[in-house]
Design a protein around this ligand. Structure first.
Ligand code: V0V
Ligand code: CO
Length: 140
């Protein structure tokens, strides 16, 4: 079902500060930036490696408002790992398969994600406390 870990999402208060930290500590390069109003985030993707069907990344996330998924997470838990995203060949098929096992889907249909991807989230309470994202990269 999964081709690779697409990205690890890190919640932070100050995107520019954390870009500087991750680039200098791990020698990573920012390959994309986006403001995603629907998800309530300003985000940056730092390239880690290339894998089957696409790359793997660290995704740094700053909330657009306190009343957003990442804003609420920061208030409750502080900065740190927010979600794990898996690359899948077909996000709708993965949603149907995983949803069929009783895991709650947080999205009824795929949403727009970073770098032109299609994404959907699974409820952390049904996956051992890990907020899980499914990512279908755009066809090249
Ligand atoms: C909340 N909980 C988490 C969590 N966020 N557990 C693990 N990891 C997280 N990130 C726990 C929380 O502690 C509560 O447990 C429970 O889930 C309900 O959370 P809540 O406090 O009521 O918080 P809400 O209202 O924010 O809801 C949480 C969910 C929400 C996960 C449902 O954040 C959501 O829909 N997330 C999906 C969208 C998203 O995260 N977008 C931002 C990334 P207790 O305290 O009751 O035990 S955007 C992105 O990744 C993009 C664009 C991309 O990759 O391209
Ligand atoms: Co993500």
């Amino acid at each position: 079902m999964f081709m690779r870990i697409d990205h690890i999402g890190i919640a932070c208060h100050d995107l520019e500060e954390k870009i500087a930290l991750f680039s200098s500590t791990f020698d990573l390069t920012v390959v994309a930036r986006e403001v995603n109003e629907e998800q309530g985030v300003k985000e940056a993707m730092l390239h880690v490696a290339d894998g089957e069907g696409g790359g793997s990344y660290i995704q740094l996330l700053e909330p657009l408002s306190p009343d957003s998924p990442v804003g609420r997470f920061l208030a409750k838990r502080g900065e740190g790992v927010h979600h794990v995203a898996f690359g899948v060949p077909d996000v709708e098929r993965a949603m149907a398969e995983i949803g069929g096992k009783g895991v709650r889907l947080l999205d009824e249909r795929p949403r727009h994600g970073s770098m032109g991807s299609q994404i959907a989230f699974l409820h952390p309470k049904d996956v051992g406390g890990m907020l899980t994202e499914l990512v279908q990269a755009p066809t090249p």
